[in-house]
Design a protein around this ligand. Structure first.
Ligand SMILES: N[C@@H](CCC(=O)N[C@@H](CS)C(=O)NCC(=O)O)C(=O)O
Length: 214
């Protein structure tokens, strides 16, 4: 029996960050599919018993519930001695990009994709605002990986796992033709996908999917 249980839903890129990290570290986890579409994470019961922040993912570690992918990724990197950066400069870069990703790339890409593809009524003005933000952020990533293989340096780190998550879903969900519009980002995603043990989001996160409205 694994020491880890991951509360997730398949479309959750944040869940994918943790599933991919555990997998690349050679660990398994018990998948705990969560009915995000029913708004269970908004209920007082779920918040009282699973996550007071009302968010997925939740990683149970030996029965202790942990939330927020940034600190969890840092904890796993330290525990397994993997993907944490090889020196102080890289470790600072990892933190810098993890914070940026949480506030900017993942937050906006997740919201854009959710509204575009999985929401019944998306406000076109809000979608346009989010798309412009995501375009700006993808341009920043494109430049960051133009002259180095990975986000924090020549080797992959948890910053890559965090930042690649929402870009690793199918183009018909994200609405982005990455090979055409951001070839550097696409090449970087290819380098991540070549890491030994890499698996795709829907491979690692099975179960019923959200209805689509795109
Ligand atoms: N910063 C959080 C983000 C988690 C997050 O936003 N999760 C989404 C699903 S992937 C969620 O639960 N959203 C519900 C909401 O925003 O109310 C993390 O890194 O774990």
């Amino acid at each position: 029996m694994s020491r880890y249980r991951l509360h997730y839903f398949p479309e959750s890129g944040n869940s994918y960050k943790l599933a991919l990290m555990l997998t690349l570290c050679g660990e398994t986890f018990e998948p705990v599919w969560t009915d995000f579409g029913s708004r269970i994470t908004w209920t007082p019961e779920w918040r009282a018993t699973v996550n007071p922040m009302g968010e997925i993912p939740v990683l149970e570690e030996d029965g202790v519930k942990l939330t927020q992918t940034g600190p969890i990724l840092l904890r796993l990197a330290e525990r397994y001695g993997r993907l944490g950066g090889s020196d102080d400069v890289e470790r600072f870069e990892v933190l810098r990009w993890l914070f940026w990703d949480n506030q900017k790339l993942s937050a906006h890409m997740a919201t854009y994709r959710f509204m575009r593809t999985f929401s019944r009524r998306a406000d076109p003005a809000v979608l346009a605002y989010l798309r412009a933000r995501v375009d700006d952020f993808l341009g920043i990533v494109e430049r960051q990986v133009a002259n180095q293989a990975f986000i924090a340096g020549p080797e992959a780190t948890i910053a890559d796992l965090s930042m690649c998550a929402y870009l690793s879903y199918p183009a018909d969900e994200t609405g982005y033709d990455l090979p055409g519009a951001y070839p550097g980002v696409q090449a970087w995603l290819g380098r991540i996908a070549a890491l030994p043990g890499w698996r795709s989001p829907y491979d690692l996160l099975p179960g019923d999917r959200l209805p689509r409205y795109d």
